[in-house]
Design a protein around this ligand. Structure first.
Ligand code: URA
Length: 236
């Protein structure tokens, strides 16, 4: 690939900024100063910018503990999850994988890997999502069966069979696993059995657990093992 694409993929700058950076002799490829953005490079080449090594990376995968009050969108008048990211991530064109409601907290993936995101959200791959919910009243055993059967959530939509369990000592606390992502799905499922969700947190997505060390509003990169597991789950 071209040297300017290599550096742009790594988030170093825009193509026009890179043209100037490269022309000024700040970039070395395998020990030689390169002044042409068209120089052909491999992903494995040693590329230095101002003497600092730039390891090739095109895709970024972040796990965020989404706080309440923030939209899972890329651009909006209101604050979005992208506004919570540091400058070093701004060049990567990251987007949230699916949506959590403004008041929902917990695990949100952000990436620029379109195909992975598409598969994680596609009904074909039945990627499970686990939510902890707090309800306005105690849950009942019949809800568990209703969720398992697949529940009519209104608007002509029926949720697929889902797993529900209530806390043994506090039945206003529930854990629900779904493998689809209809609008306000969990809230609508509980509404259908006569309960309102007063707090919702996603704790697991595609086998990836929310890192409890992440405070709300913070994020970290996924480990290679975590990325690999998501790829496996979606046959990538
Ligand atoms: N279900 C909901 O109702 N809200 C969310 O944010 C996610 C799932």
């Amino acid at each position: 690939m071209r040297l300017d694409k290599f550096l742009a993929d790594c988030g170093v700058g825009s193509r026009s900024e890179l043209k100037k950076i490269i022309a000024s002799g700040r970039v070395c490829v395998d020990g030689t100063v390169c002044r042409s953005p068209k120089t052909s490079v491999e992903e494995t080449d040693t590329v230095l910018l101002d003497g600092q090594s730039i390891a090739y990376r095109k895709y970024v995968y972040l796990m965020m503990n989404k706080p309440g009050g923030v939209l899972s969108a890329t651009r909006d008048k209101q604050k979005t999850v992208l506004d919570l990211l540091g400058e070093e991530w701004k060049h990567f064109d990251l987007f949230p994988v699916g949506r959590l409601d403004k008041d929902t907290v917990g695990l949100l993936l952000l990436t620029n890997h379109g195909e992975l995101a598409h598969r994680l959200l596609s009904p074909t791959y039945k990627v499970p999502k686990v939510y902890e919910a707090v309800l306005d009243k105690e849950g009942e055993e019949k809800d568990v069966e209703a969720f398992l059967q697949g529940i009519d959530i209104g608007g002509g939509e029926v949720a697929r069979p889902a797993k529900l369990s209530y806390d043994a000592t506090d039945k206003t606390k529930a854990v629900v696993t779904i493998a689809e992502g209809k609008f306000h799905q969990v809230k609508r499922m509980f509404h259908a059995v006569g309960k309102e969700v007063v707090f919702l947190k996603r704790v697991c997505f595609g086998g990836l657990m929310l890192d409890e060390a992440l405070e709300e509003g913070t994020y970290r990169e996924l480990s290679e093992k975590e990325v690999h597991a998501l790829f496996e789950k979606t046959n990538l």
